[in-house]
Design a protein around this ligand. Structure first.
Ligand code: GAR
Length: 206
């Protein structure tokens, strides 16, 4: 079966990208192939990870374009050139417009570091999510992989995993455990699930 072409969008350290790259090299992503890594920050370490893995990578920064539509047009152009069929937001911290998300219905995945619908939506990203969870005093937290639609963190939920919050957790320790025990496991699983779905749909059409 023809593999699903995947583009991974990143903004930072790229540990979730690394989990996808590692899954691909150990054969745990048999239905997909990562063909492009796109960053909205030139200094993102995720780009170095892509380079080391020999994957095509590019930085497209909002500040180099007059407005958001022009920035998104540049992203779309790069994605089209790569032939990407599935987009994975792996710590991509720019919010995509409805015009953008409508072009890829059920074709954009996002990983969010909480159990949606808790601590999600505009303003909840990275460490802030864990600060809010600890402030609220929740006893479990975790991660969610969901499809992306026009509502920030509002698309259909695909996978979730929960872990206990420990009494002495700091935002940093909670973030680390959620990454290691939830995010890096869930994201490659979801990538394979959806890649297989897309590959089967293509086969059925041909
Ligand atoms: C991850 O924890 C990811 O879940 C989160 O940013 C971090 C990126 O780390 N994403 C969000 O908060 C999205 N709302 P990484 O660059 O090491 O993968």
């Amino acid at each position: 079966m023809e593999k699903t072409r995947i583009a991974v969008l990143v903004s930072g350290g790229g540990t979730n990208l690394q989990a996808l790259l590692d899954a691909q090299s150990r054969g745990a992503l048999p239905s997909g192939e990562i063909v492009l890594v796109l960053s909205n920050r030139r200094d993102a370490y995720a780009l170095t990870r892509a380079e080391k893995a020999g994957i095509a990578h590019r930085a497209i920064e909002r500040k180099d374009y007059p407005d958001a539509p022009a920035f998104e047009a540049a992203l779309l152009d790069a994605l089209r050139q790569s032939g990407a069929e599935l987009l994975i937001l792996a710590g991509f911290l720019a919010i995509l417009s409805e015009d953008f998300t409508r072009r890829y219905p059920q074709r954009i995945l996002n990983i969010h570091p909480s159990l949606i619908p808790a601590f999600c939506g505009k303003g909840y990203y990275g460490l802030r999510v864990h600060e809010a969870a600890l402030q609220r005093g929740v006893k479990v937290s975790g991660a969610t992989v969901h499809f992306v639609n026009e509502i920030p963190d509002g698309g259909e939920i695909l996978l979730q995993k929960a872990i206990p919050v420990e009494p002495d957790d700091t935002p940093e320790t909670l973030q680390k455990r959620i990454m290691e025990q939830c995010e890096w496991i869930l994201l490659p699983q979801a990538a394979e699930m959806v890649s297989a779905r897309i590959a089967r749909a293509k086969e059925a059409q041909s």
